[in-house]
Ligand binder design. Structure first.
Ligand code: PLP
Length: 387
């Protein structure tokens, strides 16, 4: 028997990473040795104190009941405390909601505010969830905002036709381009959202993965942001906890409340013991500065970044050293699928830019989420492929 998919499912484009995973599985089944630099899942472990806290909290039988959809009060308090210390932003408890990873919140926010055919501004290239899991699965209409290299991979806000637009996604430090922004740009974005009555969803998942002294801002640091914006955060990248599924959304009270309403009909909060671990993790920030664990983590990533960029330059691919994220966005001088498949034949998996949107064509994203030795070997293989 075959059942017909809902129209919204049929509208979904294929999910790039599912396709890549399938190719990896097939190649591995054929015994081919592959180095995967395609997916943003850190190879580095969570800090030891996280594992110890997790063991302790998971061993407590009281931590295995359902948790509140909005998140446990101590978790929300810890998030508010972190915002104060890290960004000097004041948040009340009802301006915070716990998420089962930020992806879930990014997808569910549209369910709370998007009606069929509402237009949603989505960066292109971008993390695919804004367009797919969020907008299309809520029957909204995706309006791409090109992120062009000549504009520093920022959307041209002045050139946007905002008619019928209800929501907009922005993400800096950016995946996949690794571009960063300053508060001046964020102020322009907030003004644009205010002037056009648009909900501004700001994805700050990479705010802590930074190099060369760069410190990523929160959109909530900007005047007026609290009237229009909700910011998504995650412990996935900051604490190498991608599989633990814990994140949060903060900001405008009505936006947080809308998201909570949807969530309360779909799931409960993240496991209580994971929220307790998150409290401990966030409290490692005693001031504005990053905790020692993170400094060490970012030093390792920075060393890999430098090595990768220098190796790519030697092979003939010019690219900037990113100030944040663990991605290099390289101009591959042509068809990105062809580039990726040539590299794949040489035993290296990377993400073709076209998978992040039309304006990602001509680029490839390389994640430095593998040990140094693997990155060196991957670069040798890429060099051999293009010799
Ligand atoms: C830009 C961006 N936002 C959000 C996420 C989701 O992270 P998580 O759901 O693990 O919090 C990712 C994951 O790769 C990402 O790249």
């Amino acid at each position: 028997m075959a059942f017909e998919y809902a129209k919204r499912i049929k509208r979904l484009p294929p999910y790039l990473f599912a396709e890549i995973e399938k190719i990896i599985r097939e190649k591995k089944a054929q015994g081919i040795d592959l180095i995967s630099l395609s997916i943003g899942d850190p190879d580095l472990p969570p800090p030891r104190f996280i594992i110890e806290t997790l063991k302790q909290e998971a061993a407590n039988p009281k931590n295995h009941n359902y948790s509140f959809s909005q998140g446990e009060p101590d978790f929300r308090e810890a998030v508010a405390g972190w915002y104060k210390r890290r960004f000097n932003v004041d948040l009340a408890q009802d301006q915070v909601v716990a998420l089962l990873g930020s992806k879930e919140g990014i997808a569910n926010i549209a369910r709370a505010f998007i009606n069929p055919s509402d237009r949603v501004l989505v960066p292109d290239p971008a993390y695919p969830v804004y367009a797919n899991g969020s907008t299309i699965l809520s029957d909204g209409k995706v309006v791409p905002m090109p992120l062009l290299e000549e504009n520093g991979f920022r959307p041209d806000l002045e050139g946007i036709d905002a008619k019928g637009v209800k929501m907009m996604f922005l993400n800096y430090p950016n995946n996949p381009t690794a571009a960063t922004v300053d508060k001046k740009f964020l102020k322009q974005a907030v003004d644009f959202a205010e002037d056009n009555n648009i909900i501004l969803c700001y994805d700050n998942a990479y705010s802590e993965i930074t190099y060369d002294g760069y410190c990523a801002p929160s959109i909530l640091e900007v005047d007026g942001a609290i009237d229009v914006a909700v910011e998504f955060h995650s412990l996935s990248k900051t604490f190498n906890m991608t599989g633990d599924r814990i994140g949060f959304a903060v900001g405008n009270k009505q936006l947080v409340s809308g998201l909570t309403k949807v969530k309360s009909q779909i799931d409960s909060g993240p496991p209580v013991y994971i929220q307790k671990v998150a409290v401990k993790a966030l409290s490692a920030y005693t001031g504005e500065e990053q905790p020692d664990f993170l400094k060490k983590n970012n030093r390792i990533l920075q060393e890999r970044r430098d090595m990768l960029v220098e190796a790519l330059r030697k092979i003939g691919y010019e690219c900037d050293k990113p100030k944040a994220t663990f991605y290099v966005w390289v101009n591959c001088k042509g068809d990105s699928m062809r580039f990726a498949s040539k590299v794949l034949d040489a035993g290296v998996v990377l993400a073709p830019g076209i998978g992040f949107g039309k304006f990602g064509e001509g680029y490839a994203r390389i994640a430095f989420t593998q040990p140094k030795e693997s990155i060196i070997e991957a670069c040798n293989r890429i060099a051999a492929a293009f010799r």
